[in-house]
Design a protein around this ligand. Structure first.
Ligand code: ATP
Ligand code: MG
Length: 603
């Protein structure tokens, strides 16, 4: 642990807000209805008295506390008034639309469960899905869980090496795919001795079998701790890890969908994530459907006009997306938004990367609503820290820990640090959706946990922390502020600087779309801050602009935390889930190998 003095720069204060806040906030109040009750009304009160066990009644458990996450997402609604409610509004890339009720999904996933059983798939076997966002993906996922097998998801852009790594590591017995994507699996199957079969959902033989097989199925009654699904992390910092989650994770996915995403029965909900990543599983399948949400799924890629049209056509009320998408929408301009009727929107949330304050101010201007940032990881299985509809937002902050979650800032020995002190963002193990293991890497799993000494007021009892790998600090009001991934924090002239605040300062400049910031080794200063900047379409690059941007950051952020070097680039390297890969920027800058690129978007 470095002894370096840590100075927290109070980031993104009001000066960055270029909007007329009072008007936009009034709009927000109007939209949400001033006296309207949120699902979570009094955060502080609930946080104080919260116990997970008290909320198990939100789920439907079998005898002896046995559980099945898929049953909770879908089938239990069939016993209720939601039976014929639309669960899934699907829109294909080519505009084809389909609707599925909870009852439809129940029957179809029963069929998938029976089909897999017929093939000898049993509890604990891994069945992987390699499909674009089409209904078969969701139905297969549910079917796999229903028989107690472990569902794995693979993002549809993965090529052979990425597929091989994940299928070999997981020892998958079956891959469910389509003719187009299946070609890639065919090419590597000779190297996968455990792979028994590739199922093609668009083949005639599969359709025929599906028609024949029974639509009633025995649903496996699982222990809370039994594995339900697994997936590989985004690979932002290195080789993706196979994170395994258990059936009881749905308890936290359910409650967070209710209290953070504020999902209610009358909502039309759209989560833009792909189930190849954890957000798409926890909040497009499990937690959202367990709340009975009518969910929109769009197969196609990001496109501003198409996205606004979807928000408009389906009358979306709750929208969960990612900072990268928001920044791209900002770049597409406010005039485009005005062409669409988005009056039904009432709640916006964001995850995956830090959300630049400017993105919140922009959201207020164009939608009259604030994006609510929340923080979590593949490993945490559900939202851990969040901005809640019932609490004021501090733009740039991730918010406060979810009830039942104990989060703290600790040093490398597990000692709690004080207010505004940078340290490891740590969590007290034991939340319901905490990963069960890292597949076949027990040492890696253990490496997340730190035994440490608690602060003295806790009578110095030994505690164990889950160390997230992110650096953050907590302010006097209990809000957590993201600084950067541990590997990304820059050490310049004896000060530590998080790339996020420099990037946010740059994004607040009118010419900038987005920015990636790294520490570049420097003989005098240890590191200097280097920024890679993507400019708006019509902006001309010049040395003068570089100087202006440096000056802008210096003025708005801090004298020492400005980029001494700026490079204009067309596109930032990102993961396929939309995260800036600073390690790629750094490796390129230093002429080093860039490491695992299986999740790198083509760029
Ligand atoms: P890998 O672990 O393979 O490097 P990854 O960490 O990007 O990839 P995920 O589990 O998808 O994989 O992402 C979790 C990480 O994303 C967090 O640890 C954090 O760095 C970042 N993140 C997610 N949400 C937020 C947020 N609201 N604010 C800041 N950072 C966030
Ligand atoms: Mg990670």
């Amino acid at each position: 642990m470095t002894k370096m003095k840590i100075k927290i720069i109070q980031k993104a204060k009001v000066p960055f807000d270029k909007s007329s806040t009072p008007r936009s906030l009034r709009l927000e109040e109007l939209r949400t209805g001033k006296n309207q009750k949120f699902n979570l009304e009094n955060y502080e009160k609930v946080y104080k008295s919260f116990r997970w066990d008290d909320f198990k009644k939100e789920l439907t458990l079998f005898r002896n506390d046995r559980i099945n996450a898929a049953y909770n997402a879908i089938d239990r609604h069939v016993e209720s008034a939601r039976k014929n409610k639309v669960a899934l509004y699907f829109e294909a890339e080519d505009g084809t639309k389909q609707k599925f009720t909870f009852f439809d999904l129940s029957l179809l996933s029963n069929k998938m469960a029976n089909l897999l059983r017929q093939k000898g798939i049993a509890k604990g076997d891994r069945v992987f899905i390699f499909l674009p966002r089409v209904p078969s993906l969701y139905i297969s996922f549910l079917g796999i869980l229903k028989i107690g097998a472990i569902a794995g998801t693979l993002f549809s852009a993965f090529q052979e090496q990425a597929l091989f790594d994940r299928l070999a590591n997981s020892g998958a017995k079956i891959v469910i795919t389509n003719t187009l994507l299946g070609e890639r699996v065919e090419k590597i199957k000779h190297k996968l001795p455990r792979l028994q079969e590739i199922i093609y959902v668009d083949s005639e033989s599969y359709q025929k079998k599906l028609a024949e097989v029974s639509d009633t199925a025995h649903i496996a009654q699982m222990h809370a701790n039994d594995a339900a699904f697994m997936l590989y992390t985004s690979g932002t910092t290195g080789k993706p890890k196979g994170v395994v989650h258990r059936h009881l994770a749905i308890l936290q996915e359910h409650l967070t969908a209710r209290w953070v995403l504020d999902i209610r029965d009358e909502d039309i909900y759209w989560c833009t994530a792909d189930p190849g990543w954890v957000t798409g599983i926890a909040y497009e399948i499990l937690g959202s459907w367990s709340n009975g949400a009518s969910t929109v799924v769009f197969e196609g890629r990001f496109d501003p006009a198409r996205w606004y049209k979807i928000l408009q056509d389906y009358k979306v009320t709750v929208w969960y997306t990612a900072p990268t998408a928001v920044r791209m929408l900002m770049a597409a301009g406010g005039a485009l938004v005005k062409k669409y009727d988005l009056a039904n929107l009432r709640h916006l949330a964001s995850v995956g990367e830090p959300l630049n304050p400017e993105a919140i101010f922009w959201g207020r201007r164009v939608f009259g609503l604030s994006f609510h940032d929340n923080w979590w990881q593949t490993e945490t299985g559900a939202i851990m820290i969040a901005n809640y509809p019932c609490l004021p937002i501090k733009p740039g902050s991730m918010g406060k820990p979810f009830p039942g979650v104990i989060a703290a800032i600790v040093d490398d020995n597990g000692n709690k640090l004080g207010i505004n002190k940078e340290g490891n963002l740590a969590l007290k193990p034991g939340w319901p959706s905490m990963m069960k293991t890292i597949w076949r890497r027990p040492h890696k799993y253990r490496s997340y946990f730190l035994k440490g000494l608690a602060a003295s007021h806790e009578r110095a009892k030994r505690v164990e922390w889950y160390i997230s790998g992110d650096r953050a600090y907590q302010d006097k009001d209990g809000y957590f502020w993201f600084i950067g991934r541990a590997d990304d924090v820059i050490k310049t002239s004896g000060e530590r600087v998080g790339p996020f605040e420099v990037e946010s300062a740059l994004v607040a400049h009118p010419t900038v779309v987005e920015a990636g910031v790294i520490g570049k080794p420097d003989a005098v200063r240890g590191e200097i801050i280097k920024a890679f900047v993507v400019l708006k379409k019509d902006v001309k690059t010049s040395e003068k602009l570089k100087a202006e941007l440096s000056e802008f950051v210096k003025k708005h952020l801090a004298g020492h935390a400005y980029p001494r070097e700026i490079e204009f680039i067309d596109k930032l390297p990102k993961t396929r889930s939309g995260k800036i890969m600073r390690r790629v920027l750094k490796a390129k800058e230093m002429g080093l190998p860039i490491g695992d690129t299986s999740t790198l978007e083509e760029y």
